[in-house]
Design a protein around this ligand. Structure first.
Ligand code: GUN
Ligand code: ZN
Length: 433
């Protein structure tokens, strides 16, 4: 059996490393080896431990001087908003009207969907993201395009067609019935196909009628291992509108709860404006939250309370939320996560930051038996970070031998230039310059 042995500094998380700066839950091998066979991790350890077990079939790939970590897991991103990333001046509801809906209209054109999907997957890989939970547009072919592009790279991806039947332009509306049947067809076509999974995706409570939420829940009940993916309590004006449309609900979260949409394998983006009952309910139903700090700052929505979410036992993943978020790069999103936590008097430790971008995302998506770290048997999705990617990074990281300090500097100063290579199932799919 051909073996690949990747040599370099190696760091991963076995579980939530907590606040410690010397966590045993984040093993580090200064001169490490990652042994991969048929796309899966065989073992990880010190490079010297592997030297005795070389066979003729062992190929050594030398990344000495670089840092190998698990690939990033982006738990909330819109591929159909690629072309409006970094659009000026609006907050959520007017941003949707002015930039987002017009951009999503263009996905009625299949050629456009295919071209954007190709670009989007390349951009994820260039930024070190190896798994993502993705929203398409209302058009089912947008989801065919993104799944096809991911499949060509053998990438693990979860996606769904957006469901919207009100409060958006006529040309972007489906109905409770067409939304249900189109989603069902996509599930039958793609769910469990290679590394792909489907997410039933009502956009948010403002753009789905009660009937559509009802049909979404019925579909979810028919397919218990399909995901549910939506937005929750992101912006104050949005929360006020939801209260008007659903006066019977106790809270925004309660709207989804009443329709039976809270379960494990459900992902709620943002969750900024919540109370203790909401948090308790998220935790006890096994629903997950996607923390998207770069988007929350960029469109001015508010500060997510990460510490409290963790205290309640909620599973939290990290998301770029492109195009509301202005970057594809999870290092930059972690840098914003750190600042948002600081404003809540909570310091996100470097190891916990790495955890958030990797294993925590896998846990939130219930795929931590397959990805998220280098435990034996997991899929070998990993990235190679360059601590000397820019003159400033080179200067800052060469001044320290301490991996904790180096990692923190990489997170604070890194961007796509720090992602040297990306591997999916052991195969290199991106090499930087
Ligand atoms: N809420 C409903 N739709 C969207 C969207 O496209 N982006 C963000 N950030 N929030 C939303
Ligand atoms: Zn979003």
């Amino acid at each position: 059996m051909p073996l690949q042995l990747f040599r370099g500094s190696i760091l991963h998380c076995l579980q939530d490393p907590g606040d410690s700066l010397h966590s045993r839950d984040a093993p580090y091998f200064e001169d490490g080896g990652l042994l991969v066979a048929e796309g899966r991790v065989q073992a990880v350890g010190s490079y010297s431990d592997f030297q005795s077990s070389f066979t003729e079939d062992t190929e050594v790939i030398d990344y000495s001087g670089k840092l190998i970590v698990p690939g990033f897991v982006d738990t909330h991103i819109h591929f159909v908003q690629t072309d409006i990333i970094a659009s000026y001046g609006e907050q959520l509801l007017s941003w949707l009207e002015k930039y987002t809906f017009p951009a999503e209209r263009a996905f009625a054109d299949n050629e456009h969907a295919i071209a954007v999907a190709e670009f989007f997957i390349e951009e994820l890989l260039r930024n070190g993201t190896t798994t993502a939970l993705v929203l398409g547009s209302v058009h089912p072919q947008s989801v065919d395009a993104i799944f096809s592009a991911a499949q060509r790279k053998k990438m693990r991806l979860i996606a769904g067609k957006v469901l919207m039947d009100r409060n958006c332009p006529e040309c972007l509306r489906d109905t409770p019935e067409t939304g249900y049947s189109e989603s069902r067809e996509l599930i039958e076509r793609w769910h469990h196909e290679a590394r792909l999974s489907y997410a039933i995706t009502p956009r948010f409570a403002l753009t789905s009628s009660p009937q559509q939420l009802q049909r979404s829940a019925e579909l979810a009940a028919e397919y218990p291992d399909v995901y549910v993916h939506t937005h929750l309590a992101e912006n104050r004006a949005e929360v006020a509108e939801v209260a008007k449309l659903f006066p019977e609900a106790r809270s925004y979260l309660d709207v989804y709860d009443r329709y039976g949409l809270l379960r494990d394998r459900s992902m709620y983006a943002h969750g900024i404006h919540l109370d203790a009952d909401d948090r308790k309910r998220l935790a006890e139903t096994g629903a997950s939250v996607a923390f998207c700090p770069s988007c929350n700052l960029f469109i001015g929505s508010g500060l997510f309370d990460l510490k409290t979410a963790w205290e309640f036992g909620i599973r939290v993943g990290l998301g770029t939320d492109v195009g509301g978020g202005p970057t594809f790069n999870m290092l930059q999103v972690l840098c914003d996560a750190y600042k948002v936590a600081q404003l809540n008097s909570f310091s996100l430790s470097p190891y916990r930051a790495l955890y958030l971008a990797t294993l925590a995302g896998a846990e939130a998506l219930r795929i931590d038996d397959r990805i998220g770290n280098f435990a034996a048997g997991k899929e070998a999705d990993f990235i190679v970070l360059d601590p000397g990617a820019t003159p400033l990074l080179q200067r800052r990281t060469s001044l320290t031998d301490d991996i904790t300090d180096k990692l923190f500097a990489l997170i604070m100063l890194g961007d796509d230039r720090a992602v040297w290579a990306t591997h999916l199932m052991g195969n290199r799919v991106m090499l930087g310059t």
